[in-house]
Design a protein around this ligand. Structure first.
Ligand SMILES: [Ca+2]
Length: 440
């Protein structure tokens, strides 16, 4: 795609937002996500392409965000929000590889150009072939889930030694005594790829809670073959304080072995009052996690309330502040707690970046490839409402640029994956899987 056509696309953003609202008859849109949908309706946008050429003349660079802020909070440092707009110069091909699926919440490339893909609501695990667009029958042996609201079959990854072990790891929302939990389980993919054998639950992010929101649910392997799991604080005012409490796995990043045991080096194993699996805390609802290939650091994106979605670098023992501090507001427009945004002054870790208004961030992936050289080490995040893929340019842990991709598609982007070939893959709640590559 040429530069001028990108500009034209950008000028369609306003229309897209309006259409997005109109198209949002999505029955399972949760309170949270529909609340964010209404953020996307803001009357006018500048409708500008916000190209770098245009802004260069004006001194201060325009931000990728053209909608007004919804809060009165000021960033702790200038680059913490509303980064300057950048524009991909490479001409791109955007192709729908598969359509007609449900909400593909999680994806992993387990063999070249072959993906394991979860279907959240149907609780199915499928194999998608990116080369011919074929989709397998559901794989047998997946767990029972609670699929109300934000629950269902969530993320999927495979063991680092998958070629030998055939081990597949799934996250899902599970009914147990007292309510629901975010759970992790594993099973062995049969040689004929039709079933997960001996599936067993290895970890439950207790305590159970009577609710169907904010499960978190992303998993990723570290370089010692242990797992990081993200959770949420279950949304309600009465459960959210659990994000600050070390006797609960709600609102945490959790670090466990492939058997679900706490990793021995975890920060709170010496603390008798704390759960040993906790790695970091004070999170709201973490929907994306990946390693930054430029630094090796672990980054997450967490869904804020009305504004205040955060990018954080995860380090052991850190407290990221929710719900004591936030750059967002309650969906009602009320302040969160005492309405304090400053993290560091209150003894918490400042987000590396936040969105105001919301970007409704879901799955994310760093572009650890050189197929599109200008994208190398950039971060791509699915936006649920507004409906776009966010491209984030990071230098020395500072966000120096932001771009919104596929704004004209009017899709809720759920998960993002970068293939070994360097294709950017994005799933949508409308049942599509997109493949974005450099034009030939
Ligand atoms: Ca925070």
């Amino acid at each position: 795609m040429t530069k001028s056509s990108w500009s034209r696309l950008m000028s369609l953003t306003v229309l897209s937002s309006v259409l997005a609202l109109a198209a949002c008859g999505n029955e399972d849109a949760t309170e949270e996500e529909s609340a964010n949908d209404s953020d996307a309706t803001t009357e006018e946008s500048t409708g500008e392409g916000a190209t770098t050429e245009e802004s260069a003349d004006e001194g201060a660079k325009e931000s990728a965000e053209t909608e007004p802020k919804v809060t009165e909070f000021e960033p702790a440092f200038p680059e913490q929000t509303r980064a300057p707009a950048v524009e991909t110069e490479t001409e791109l091909d955007t192709e729908v590889v598969v359509e007609g699926l449900g909400v593909s919440w999680g994806m992993t490339e387990f063999e070249p150009n072959r993906l394991l893909v979860t279907q959240r609501d149907a609780a199915e695990l499928l194999i998608v072939n990116l080369e011919d667009g074929s989709v397998s029958d559901p794989i047998e042996g997946t767990p029972e889930v609670n699929n109300e609201d934000q629950g269902g079959l969530l993320d999927v990854t495979v063991a680092p030694d998958f070629e030998e072990s055939r081990m597949v790891f799934l996250t899902f929302s599970q009914d147990i005594e007292g309510g629901t939990v975010t759970s992790v389980g594993k099973g062995m993919l049969s040689e004929d790829e039709t079933s997960l054998e001996d599936f067993e639950v290895i970890f439950q992010a207790t305590p159970a809670y009577e609710g169907t929101l904010h499960y978190g649910g992303r998993i990723i392997f570290d370089d010692e073959d242990n797992l990081f799991l993200t959770t949420g604080e279950r949304s309600d005012v009465e459960s959210r304080d659990r994000a600050q409490e070390l006797d609960a796995y709600l609102g945490k990043v959790i670090h466990i072995t492939q058997d679900g045991e706490p990793v021995e080096s975890n920060p709170f194993v010496e603390d008798e009052d704390a759960l040993d699996g906790i790695f970091s805390y004070g999170h709201r609802n973490i929907q994306g996690i990946d390693y930054n290939p430029a630094t090796g650091d672990l980054w997450i994106v967490e869904f804020g309330p009305q504004a205040g979605d955060e990018l954080n670098i995860i380090e052991p023992g850190n407290n990221y502040g929710w719900p004591v501090v936030s750059y967002g507001l309650e969906y009602s427009g009320e302040l969160v707690n005492d309405g304090i945004s400053e993290h560091e002054e209150q003894g918490f870790v400042e987000p590396r970046y936040y969105w105001d208004p919301t970007s409704a961030p879901s799955g994310m992936a760093f572009y650890d490839n050189d197929a599109i050289p200008e994208w190398e080490n950039n971060l791509f995040i699915g936006g649920l409402a507004p409906n776009y893929i966010v491209r984030v340019v990071i230098e020395d842990d500072i966000v120096v640029g932001e771009e919104r991709l596929l704004t004209d598609k009017v899709q809720r982007f759920r998960d993002i994956l970068v293939t070994e070939d360097g294709a950017l893959i994005a799933s949508t709640d409308g049942g599509l899987i997109y493949k974005i590559t450099a034009a030939e």
